[in-house]
Design a protein around this ligand. Structure first.
Ligand code: GLA
Length: 373
């Protein structure tokens, strides 16, 4: 078992007084390209990261325990804490007609919280996989992802798309995942960064944001209005020609979606051809579109992208929802230290918070670490 998984199992034992029935874990993600396209029925290209949330569960005594916060919460009602994620999963399963019995769960993880690396999807996905196995429901992974999305949409009231939960449950190690968010079909796209001599550098601006209090729901509403003006279901179906029928914010948001969907497909082709220069250019173009048309960037994210470019990154962009959180850069290995140092310095000069940096390779999706015996 991984370290986080062992910690969760130990915590379960300490809190509930016996061995857990099983342990599951699920990763956070970075999105390589394809932002805000998921809830428009479009394309995204995330990969899982080697930071996970593990959960140990058993059918004995009920309760939700976080080893990281050293805190026990009841399975019961919503209380605006971390425990709402696993509670929401139980709720969504019940809504889907599955009879969730009494269970106890202990969590432990190392996904940075609230920084746009999908810690919430990780805890939802780990819980969903664990409860599914614990009660033997046999739910397909894609349906587990949809259940987890319901937690966000209908339990927590954030209109997120399917990307994060889908990525956490279905990504494979050593690959990115092209997801068609309308059909929910996906294709693994091998991504061997080490062989290409590249680092996937993540800059956490440490500007925290909860999606509920940002412009996320507002962006989604504007996209839906633009689609209805065009007489289509989703902006996935909008063409460049259609854009002429829109104006103001609707035009800008729709222009981003149309161009971003095209970039995702080009990016996949670039990866298939091992053409990282093209891939990198698409990342920069994606960032510019998110900054100028979708208007979800921040001075911190822009500063990182600009600095990374000036110091040799072949591509960089904000990742996730924006409004703070993280940016990523593809950097030749030999230049990674220079990019990191220059970004630190630029942040200091602007009197931004001290950023955190991570390097990731595409990691495995959710797994049962210790199947029910
Ligand atoms: C958040 C949401 C996703 C997606 C991204 C933006 O991560 O949870 O569904 O919309 O923002 O691409």
């Amino acid at each position: 078992m991984r370290e986080t998984e062992q910690r969760a199992a130990r915590a379960y034992n300490e809190q509930f007084g016996n061995e857990p029935d099983l342990v599951a874990s699920a990763p956070g993600r970075v999105n390589l390209i394809g932002e805000h396209t998921d809830y428009n029925g479009g394309f995204v290209l995330p990969c899982a990261i080697d930071r996970r949330i593990a959960v140990a569960v058993g059918t004995g005594e009920g309760g939700l325990y976080s080893a990281d916060f050293d805190e026990m919460r009841r399975v019961g009602d919503k209380d605006d804490s971390w425990a709402d994620y696993p509670r929401g999963v139980g709720w969504a399963m019940g809504e889907a007609g599955h009879e969730v019995g009494r269970f106890g769960a202990a969590f432990s993880g190392d996904v940075p919280l609230g920084s746009g690396l999908s810690s919430s999807a990780a805890i939802e996905a780990a819980t969903a996989l664990a409860i599914d196995a614990l009660f033997g429901f046999g739910i397909e992974r894609t349906d587990l992802a949809l259940l987890c999305q319901r937690v966000e949409n209908d339990y927590l009231g954030v209109g997120t798309g399917i990307m994060d939960q889908y990525a956490s449950l279905l990504c494979k190690a050593g690959a990115a995942l092209l997801i068609d968010c309308r059909s929910l079909e996906a294709q693994s796209v091998p991504l061997d960064l080490t062989a290409a001599g590249l680092t996937l550098l993540v800059c956490d601006t440490r500007v925290e944001r909860g999606l509920a209090d940002t412009g996320y729901n507002d962006r989604r509403a504007t996209c839906e209005r633009a689609a209805s003006t065009l007489g289509i279901e989703e902006l996935r179906d909008a063409t460049e020609r259609d854009l002429g029928l829109l104006s103001g914010a609707a035009l800008k948001r729709a222009r981003h979606i149309v161009s971003e969907n095209a970039r995702v497909l080009e990016a996949v082709e670039a990866l298939e051809n091992n053409d990282f220069d093209v891939f990198g250019r698409l990342m920069y173009a994606s960032h510019a579109s998110l900054r100028d048309d979708f208007e979800v960037s921040t001075p911190e994210l822009d500063t990182f992208v600009k600095t990374a470019k000036a110091h040799g990154a072949i591509g960089a962009r904000l990742t996730g929802a924006g409004f703070g959180g993280c940016a990523i850069a593809l950097v030749p290995e030999a230049k990674t230290a220079a990019v990191t140092n220059a970004a630190k310095q630029a942040f200091a000069e602007h009197k931004f918070k001290d950023p955190a940096f991570y390097e990731f390779v595409p990691a495995a999706g959710a797994e049962l670490a210790q199947p029910k015996s």
